[in-house]
Write a protein that binds this ligand. Structure first.
Ligand code: ATR
Length: 284
């Protein structure tokens, strides 16, 4: 029996165990996915214990996403570069291999909702934390800076703390927009992305007026609890297409599950739709 885990601190709120257990049942795989609370000071010892106990790997969540990097023998893909955060571990023989599947989850969520990056020329990224860095890394794959013939493709970044957005503007060649003036850029953006925790249950709302956003623009939120954040509610009332954050959670999970258990849950017809229904029922 293959065993996987999610480690974090705290961990009881995580929806991942429900999702992975559902996939194990639906796909008839003998396996387990356990939530394990690991305090920061115990991270190294716990990783060793999990490795020795024969786990196939697992997810890593707050506050360990950066700290876990130094315990990886190999870091794969975008996590190796500027992203600097890992949320998926695969134990192979004696090695710990780290991935960032949030990045994959973000773009897969948009593409599975019919968003074609070829049709997007400018984005506004709200926030400059770890999630923003992961998303900017991914966006820059689709919109390489200074590509001949694509010079009109611009990424704007706005953040409460200007220094952080200024740093990202250098790293990713973006334009910084002042937090208090973010509405002024809306008439010229095709895609608005909230990468902050604002709007999440228990957090303050994201204060933005979308009246000046074009009706054919798209708004997406990485927050999925509530599923329809105020940002998305406002977009709906203006007739603007939205993509909620739950798909990002589901698709980041698909990548890990496939690596640990050898079956891709997205290949079973209707499974991801059923997963979504299950998770929506479990949002509290
Ligand atoms: P994560 O790694 O999940 O992105 P983070 O690195 O703590 O988390 O980043 C959180 C983001 O939410 C930051 O952009 C933060 O803005 P600051 O850089 O100014 O802190 C933003 N954020 C959090 N609370 C906020 C608030 N009340 N108002 C505006 N922005 C907020």
């Amino acid at each position: 029996m293959k065993r996987a885990f999610i480690i974090g601190h705290p961990i009881s709120h995580s929806l991942s165990p429900k999702m992975h257990k559902f996939w194990l049942d639906e796909l008839g795989i003998e396996g387990s996915y356990e939530a394990i609370d690991v305090a920061p000071e115990n991270l190294e010892a716990e990783l060793k214990r999990l490795q020795n106990a024969g786990y196939v790997g697992g997810n890593v969540t707050i506050p360990h996403k950066e700290a876990v990097m130094k315990f990886c023998d190999e870091i794969v893909g975008l996590a190796k570069g500027k992203t600097k955060a890992i949320n998926t571990l695969v134990f192979i023989e004696n090695k710990i291999v780290g991935y960032n599947s949030d990045v994959y989850g973000f773009s897969k969520n948009l593409s599975s909702n019919g968003i074609d990056f070829d049709n997007i020329n400018s984005c506004l990224v709200i926030g400059a934390g770890g999630a923003a860095i992961a998303i900017l890394t991914e966006l820059r794959m689709f919109f390489p800076p200074s590509n001949i013939g694509q010079s009109n493709r611009i990424i704007y970044v706005t953040n409460r703390t200007r220094d952080k957005s200024a740093y990202l503007s250098k790293e990713f060649e973006c334009c910084v927009i002042d937090w208090d003036k973010k509405e002024t850029i809306l008439p010229s953006v095709d895609l608005v992305i909230n990468t902050t925790s604002l709007g999440m249950k228990g957090q303050p709302e994201l204060d933005i007026n979308l009246n000046d956003l074009r009706k054919n623009s798209i708004v997406t939120d990485i927050v999925y609890n509530p599923l329809e954040t105020n940002l998305l509610k406002q977009s709906h009332s203006l007739g603007i297409k939205t993509v909620d954050g739950l798909g990002m959670l589901i698709y980041q999970g698909v990548l890990g599950f496939t690596k640990w258990f050898g079956v891709d849950p997205s290949t079973k017809e209707g499974l991801l739709e059923k997963t979504r229904e299950l998770l929506v029922k479990n949002l509290s």
